[in-house]
Write a protein that binds this ligand. Structure first.
Ligand SMILES: C[S@@+](CC[C@H](N)C(=O)[O-])C[C@H]1O[C@@H](n2cnc3c(N)ncnc32)[C@H](O)[C@@H]1O
Length: 216
């Protein structure tokens, strides 16, 4: 019997309603319990990404900067690591970085003028303010969410008002390049283009997914 049906048949109506009202909290709690008993398939060591000079910023962010609509005031990087991609926007936008690692373990790429770090898995991200004047970016991070998690995450961004995105992530055709694979030793998932973002190539092996829209 599915957990949902089990709860439906056993729990009093009022408690069911309360759980429904707090769906996001309940979902995250269930996920944490599940993760505790069933370790993740992702087994990559990300520590090199938290080092200051591991790699320079990705080309796509620098080149697309001139196309960012004028109402965008903030840039948020999902899986920011040491902030190498945020460095392309330093001094021009308020910067936000999200990652799972403790801030104390990050060697920031540079002294950022305005950077807010949020330690959180993308699956549990909870930001209070609307994100309609944010540009959302990522490089090689959304690929660690499975298809359902990606769908929920994209829906979360849209619900928060996000309209501008630059994601550089493998898709089904390119995931196996650089040894990422759904089955291999490093595990990643293909980027599912749920928001129907435009695809462009700034690197041969890795597509960039873009939407940059002005005010309606
Ligand atoms: C391949 S590294 C890329 C780092 C960075 N985007 C860059 O290009 O330098 C993947 C990053 O995603 C972060 N990450 C992995 N799974 C995550 C999750 N579920 N939520 C938030 N960050 C995650 C890792 O800690 C790591 O910093």
């Amino acid at each position: 019997m599915k957990v949902k049906n089990f709860l439906k048949s056993r729990l009093p109506k009022e408690l069911q309603n309360r759980l429904r009202e707090n769906r996001r909290f309940v979902r995250n709690l269930a996920r944490s319990v599940k993760a505790f008993f069933k370790p993740s398939r992702i087994n990559e060591d990300w520590s090199r990404w938290y080092k200051k000079d591991f790699l320079g910023p990705e080309r796509c962010f620098g080149e697309l900067k001139t196309s960012i609509p004028s109402h965008v005031k903030n840039v948020i990087d999902f899986g920011c690591a040491a902030g190498r991609n945020l460095s392309a926007f330093n001094g021009e936008y308020n910067l936000y970085g999200v990652d799972i690692v403790d801030k104390a373990n990050i060697e920031w790429r540079m002294q950022f003028q305005s950077l807010t770090y949020i330690q959180s898995p993308l699956q549990d991200l909870a930001i209070e303010e609307p994100l309609d004047d944010f540009l959302c970016i990522s490089h090689g991070c959304i690929m660690y969410l499975n298809k359902n998690q990606q769908r929920e995450f994209m829906q979360y961004l849209v619900d928060k008002g996000c309209r501008n995105f630059i994601f550089q992530e493998y898709d089904r055709r390119t995931l196996h390049l650089n040894a990422y694979s759904e089955k291999g030793p490093k595990v990643g998932y293909p980027f599912e283009n749920f928001l129907n973002l435009r695809k462009q190539w700034f690197r041969e092996d890795l597509p960039t997914w873009i939407r940059l829209e002005g005010r309606p």
